[in-house]
Design a protein around this ligand. Sequence first.
Ligand SMILES: Nc1ncnc2c1ncn2[C@@H]1O[C@H](COP(=O)(O)OP(=O)(O)OP(=O)(O)O)[C@@H](O)[C@H]1O
Ligand SMILES: [Mg+2]
Length: 262
Amino acid sequence: MTASHDPLVQLNDVRIERGGRAILRDVSLSVPRGSITAVLGPSGSGKSTLLAALTGELRPAAGSITLFGQPIPTGSSALREMRRSVGVLLQGNGLLTDLTVAENVALPLRTHTRLPMPVLRRLVDMKLHAVGLLAAADAWPRELSGGMARRVALARALALDPPLMIYDEPLTGLDPIASGVIMSLIQRLNHSLGLTSIIVSHHVHETLPICDQVIAIANGGVVFQGTPAALEASDDPLLRQFLHGQPDGPIPFDAAPRAKVA
Ligand SMILES: Nc1ncnc2c1ncn2[C@@H]1O[C@H](COP(=O)(O)OP(=O)(O)OP(=O)(O)O)[C@@H](O)[C@H]1O
Ligand SMILES: [Mg+2]
């Protein structure tokens, strides 16, 4: 890891809207190079919305976002180029069912590079090896367990060697053992490949142990940024409610406005 103190991701006073409604306001945060950052927050708080802003899918209505020290490009080819540097693992694995495991992992390489077949095959093998699934190269997605499919999706997200990895709910639908495998894989890849990782998760107890900093989102903004230890030590009722999964507290159980029942 290079000794650079420039953050890899920086947001200053960002406001993000969806459908004309502000989802996140006054968001200022930074993600240090080489770190693992967890973004925690209740359902509907805007975690995926924040990720969409980082990949340039959503433009902030106010404020600035820089990635790799540069503003997110506006031109489509520059944006495409930037996105090559960001590996995204979405909640659904998004594996194509009529392609083998190896073909799925090869997909980004085929789309973005013109590598000869033997080189491509070797790169795919390296990525599958990194997630412990080299033996499954010729399997079909339907033959995989949920945890294996998630690891194939992870190998595919890593295919272009992106320095920034973004994971949106990487544990959804996985049992505790598969969850542990995915989390330790995320941690190992981050450190061995010198990546920077952002993990959105509501699996607080699985995520905190592997991350360097936590950003908590609630009530339309960032309510905490600090180390996991500082979060655990906080006596802020809102943070405690979220950390301990209590149903009642400052975060309303159902934030959506409901019609009055007579
Ligand atoms: N495409 C969209 N158009 C308009 N509003 C949207 C859109 N997507 C999400 N929203 C709204 O933005 C808010 C934040 O949604 P978001 O998906 O970012 O939440 P989240 O924190 O990722 O939730 P979850 O934990 O359930 O994934 C919600 O109120 C949601 O209804
Ligand atoms: Mg989400």
